[in-house]
Ligand binder design. Structure first.
Ligand SMILES: [Zn+2]
Length: 416
């Protein structure tokens, strides 16, 4: 038995599976259909990072989406950097999408114009159905969305927990942020308890509206201390301090309470770990005290903490309240995703793995590209065990079905 043949035949069967997409940033479909699109829409998400690292300027990148500039000129600006990034996993999702939906097997000098026209023609109501349901066989995609405006069973909400810092450049907590929380700007906030009440109402309302989880990030949190949190709150309210550093006792306490509120509502705590900006601050190991303090919470650990992969895997190995979610991983690197999933099978009970979440916003077509890559990676891991006679093909497919379908339904209590 050849490994490749076995993997290919697994892929063919998995292509028939219904899928739960475990993480997206998709908004209402009209956001997409009302956005002017062209070939660069396929480069409007993670490929941005690769283009900037390749040497493109921020202004140059932004200009790709300025349709007042002729397409030809934008292509000339883009092409030298495309040549550098086109072999990466991010780019592959775009290439797969271009082929599947628009019939062009490459994005190059010859195809960028007709591809742009095809993308524009297809940018009509129903595009979510065509991509997510028809092409991907996705029953529902769990998407991060604060407001209740999605209006389709194709999307299921997880709501963001409040950011207690101003913005990526000014990562401080201010009175403005605390007194007008983005989750409820009209709330009257005079005390820490007012803030916590508003936060709890937000979580309860989200649950009533059908949200299945909350999302946070794995930062370093000190043990929650109410006295210190009140003092920090009062220092902002009185004006004694104009801002607090990003990591502060108010944030530690609020985060801990938010996890408790979500757990009371039987919602999942989705956690971004690893890779993003200064990823040292997003080490998955930061979660251990919270995992210990909230044994009844269900934590969905995203992205396998890349590059702290073994650390993230160990969270799944050692903590009953942890699930490991391979969202975003297959487009970070297929090699890493295969190696990590293979190791996870050695380490972690099979009910704890979630195989796929595409993690896109505007370029919904790339969900398909990512799914193709995820199926390949899962098949490769399982095929090796079949060839080694450690499992049968039907046992392998049973695992794949758990990872793509049963486990996310069970973890998020989806009613599908
Ligand atoms: Zn994400």
């Amino acid at each position: 038995m050849q490994l490749d043949d076995v993997a290919r035949s697994l892929v063919q069967v998995i292509e028939g599976f219904e899928i739960i997409d475990c993480h997206e940033h998709l908004g209402p479909e009209k956001v997409r259909t009302e956005t002017p699109v062209d070939v660069f829409t396929l480069f409007s998400h993670y490929t941005r990072g690769d283009l900037l690292v390749a040497g493109m300027t921020e202004a140059g990148y932004d200009a790709l989406f300025d349709q007042r500039i002729p397409l030809e000129r934008r292509w000339t600006m883009f092409k030298p950097y495309w040549d550098q990034i086109r072999w990466g996993s991010y780019a592959r999702a775009a290439l797969l999408a271009a082929e599947k939906f628009y019939g062009y097997s490459d994005i190059n000098d010859e195809t960028y114009r007709p591809l742009s026209e095809a993308i524009q023609k297809a940018n009509t109501p129903g595009i979510y159905e065509r991509v997510l349901r028809d092409a991907c066989n996705i029953r529902t995609a769990i998407t991060i969305r604060g407001s209740d405006d999605l209006d389709t069973p194709l999307l299921t909400r997880v709501v963001p927990l409040p950011r207690l810092h101003v913005d990526p450049e000014h990562r401080v907590t201010t009175w403005e942020i605390v007194s007008r929380p983005e989750f409820d700007p009209e709330a009257t906030i005079r005390s820490l308890d007012d803030y916590l009440d508003a936060l709890q109402r937000y979580v309860v309302r989200a649950k009533q509206e059908g949200a299945v989880g909350v999302k946070m990030v794995s930062n370093s949190y000190e043990p929650p201390n109410r006295k210190e949190a009140v003092a920090a709150f009062e220092s902002l309210r009185s004006g004694a301090e104009t801002d607090l550093p990003e990591l502060n006792p108010l944030r530690d306490y609020v985060t801990d309470r938010a996890i408790a509120y979500a757990t009371e509502q039987d919602m999942v705590i989705a956690v971004h770990t690893g890779y993003w900006g200064d990823f040292r601050t997003l080490d998955p190991l930061h979660m251990i005290p919270l995992l210990q303090r909230h044994p009844k919470a269900r934590f969905d650990i995203f992205h396998l903490g890349y590059p702290y992969v073994r650390d993230a895997l160990m969270l799944g190995k050692g903590f009953p309240n942890v699930w490991l979610n391979l969202c975003w991983t297959h487009i970070i690197s297929q090699r890493f995703a295969v190696a990590a999933l293979d190791e996870a099978v050695d380490l972690v009970p099979m009910n704890k793995l979630l195989a796929f979440g595409a993690d896109y916003g505007l370029p919904v077509e790339k969900v398909y590209g990512h799914l193709v890559m995820a199926r390949e990676d899962v098949a490769e891991v399982l095929a090796r065990r079949i060839v080694a006679k450690q499992m049968s093909e039907s046992q392998a497919l049973e695992l794949a079905r758990k990872w793509f379908w049963e486990n996310p339904i069970e973890l998020y209590r989806l009613k599908v």
